[in-house]
Design a binder for this molecule. Structure first.
Ligand code: SAM
Length: 296
């Protein structure tokens, strides 16, 4: 696969009629003086001559964050700091080549800079999220590389990675074992993957296969038990499967804010029984795992 041709092709997405005005917003950002603090909130403060709130609002919906720009708090739908902090004890990226697959607007990548990795690459085929990344990165001026590519391109990528994060993507793929193999091929020797996905409780090696939606999300194909997930990972070639954490998504982590249109978690659960989705399936629970390519 020729990735250079694909990159050129995808660059044209930036002139789609819903994206072109957003690119203008980013291209017309003014200069000013500011400083950056990266913690639970990715924050830029200082003096800035433009109405940053209006610019940020034009780039909605903001799914991942939070960010703060010159006093404007972008209260994204997800408090992504909760997932980042839960995973934080389980990785060390110093001098590593790191990829974040499905990186959205780059919130985790901005935070990962704290470890001083050798390389940080985000993969996400969304021109809107890439534009949000460019908007934030205009102020942060990081060396993060953002590729408008998907997990399906990882095996053809010019670099191999020491650590690959793949968070919240597996359940969107209709062939999860094929996706796990793509992650495997993206790793260098002894590389590791940190992955999260929805799972269901149960001893069996089985999956929930939602009919047309799960928690009102249409493109969710398989929700495995831990046993089934482990089997997928071993079949994809990984030699080690370690469960890091499990969690149930709560309303303090995902909720409707003024920075998204439409609905959020509270509308996706059965109003009579919050342990179920509106479709009657078990409410979303996540499992976080570490996979190792080949143990010494
Ligand atoms: C549910 S979000 C997860 C975002 C983030 N990784 C997290 O865990 O908070 C899924 C992300 O995957 C991206 N995505 C869609 N198709 C993809 C693909 N083929 N390869 C990689 N990412 C993809 C979407 O644009 C979106 O940003």
């Amino acid at each position: 696969m020729n990735l250079e041709d694909l990159r050129k092709e995808r660059q044209k997405w930036m002139s789609w009629k819903n994206i072109a005005p957003l690119r203008k917003t980013v291209e017309s950002l003014a200069s000013g003086t500011w400083h950056v603090e990266i913690g639970d909130v990715v924050k830029v403060s200082g003096n800035y001559p433009q109405d940053i709130k209006e610019s940020a609002k034009s780039l909605m919906p903001w799914r991942k964050g939070p960010f703060e720009l010159f006093g404007t708090y972008i209260d994204s739908e997800w408090k992504s700091n909760i997932k980042y902090n839960l995973l934080r004890p389980h990785f060390n990226l110093k001098d590593k080549r790191v990829a974040d697959i499905g990186c959205n607007n780059g919130y985790y990548l901005f935070r990962m800079q704290e470890d001083k990795p050798k390389l940080l690459v985000g993969f996400d085929p969304s021109p809107l999220y890439k534009t949000q990344f460019d908007f934030i990165n205009y102020f942060i001026k990081s060396d993060i590389v953002y590729e408008l590519l998907g997990v399906e391109h990882l095996e053809f990528y010019e670099e191999k990675f020491d650590t690959i994060f793949c968070l919240g993507v597996l359940y969107h793929r209709s062939d999860p074992v094929a996706m796990l193999k793509q992650l495997y091929k993206g790793l260098d020797k002894e590389g590791e993957v940190i992955l999260d996905t929805f799972y269901i409780e149960g001893e069996g090696e089985i999956c929930l296969c939602p009919k047309s939606s799960y928690s009102k999300i249409p493109n969710i194909y398989f929700v495995p038990t831990i046993g089934a997930l482990k089997n997928w990972c071993l079949r994809a070639g990984f030699s080690s499967f370690e469960v890091l954490e499990t969690s149930v998504t709560e309303a303090n982590e995902q909720r409707k804010t003024e920075w998204i249109e439409g609905q959020s978690l509270e509308d996706f659960l059965d109003p009579e029984d919050e342990t179920k989705t509106v479709e009657g399936y078990p409410a979303p629970a996540r499992i976080y795992v570490k996979l190792i390519k080949d143990k010494k």
